[in-house]
Design a protein around this ligand. Structure first.
Ligand SMILES: [Zn+2]
Length: 253
């Protein structure tokens, strides 16, 4: 269940919102949006959007992670995209009423902003719309890269790439994730994830204990990851999205 979070920073007093996409928007747009932004604490498993349903709210992660998953008719669930503080889910509705292609579910709990889709449509100037359009294009480019990744890159390299992306997009080297969740996200058996994570632990790249993964050596993890991590990080550093000034963004380069 979502909790409207009392005690979080007062948005009206914030000069810059804690989501990179919102922070990169023209001030005129964020001024119009601020009265409609709800700050929420959302737990893992919370469904933000469901496949085939109208998009009423757009979710912008601040500290958590949203996974966009597709289920097969046999009940298998696989992640198609993950979204953290660099972006949002449901943004296609910035251009008009839309249905969600995927189920968007909280994977790592934390703080999120929710904005009614209709208010976002009203607030976006042409300049802000161009930013949103560019972000949606970047997501498409990422999806194409991941299609290649899933087809040709080996398990340990994909797991390392996925862990680096998760850390970058939550801004934390500590990830509260079970092996079961990771196996669903990568579409790999849980026993395989156990073996793969043992291998990364042997290299000193990560430490895993009871639903907690800590990146202990970022360089070792980057060495184990496929090229897709660097390629995708580069896509999101394109100038118009590039309001990245914090240390983790720099570390991704
Ligand atoms: Zn790859």
């Amino acid at each position: 269940m979502a909790i409207d979070s009392l005690g979080l920073p007062d948005i009206d007093k914030m000069d810059r919102l804690n989501n990179r996409l919102l922070a990169a928007m023209p001030r005129s747009a964020t001024t119009l949006l601020k009265p409609f932004i709800r700050q929420l604490m959302l737990p893992p498993g919370f469904v933000c959007l469901d496949a085939g349903e109208p998009i009423e709210q757009i979710y912008f992660p601040v500290s958590g992670l949203i996974s966009q998953v597709v289920s097969t008719s046999e009940g298998e669930v696989v992640e198609t995209a993950m979204v953290g503080r660099e972006g949002a889910v449901g943004l296609q509705s910035a251009f008009g009423q839309r249905l969600s292609f995927t189920r968007a579910m909280v994977l790592v709990g934390g703080t999120f902003y929710a904005i009614p889709a209709e208010q976002l449509r009203l607030a976006l100037s042409e300049e802000a719309k161009a930013l949103v359009y560019r972000y949606v294009e970047t997501e498409l480019a990422e999806a194409l890269q991941l299609a290649v990744c899933n087809a040709v890159h080996a398990g340990p390299a994909r797991l390392a790439r996925w862990l680096l992306q998760s850390a970058h997009r939550t801004g934390s080297e500590l990830l509260l994730l079970t092996q079961e969740q990771i196996s669903e996200m990568l579409g790999v058996r849980r026993t395989t994830i156990t073996l793969l994570s043992q291998e990364l632990q042997k290299r000193g790249a990560i430490k895993y204990s009871r639903g907690k993964i800590t990146i202990t050596d970022r360089q070792a993890l980057q060495a184990a990851a496929c090229e897709c991590y660097g390629v995708i990080a580069g896509l999101y550093r394109l100038p118009i999205i590039g309001a990245e000034t914090d240390s983790s963004a720099a570390a991704a380069s």
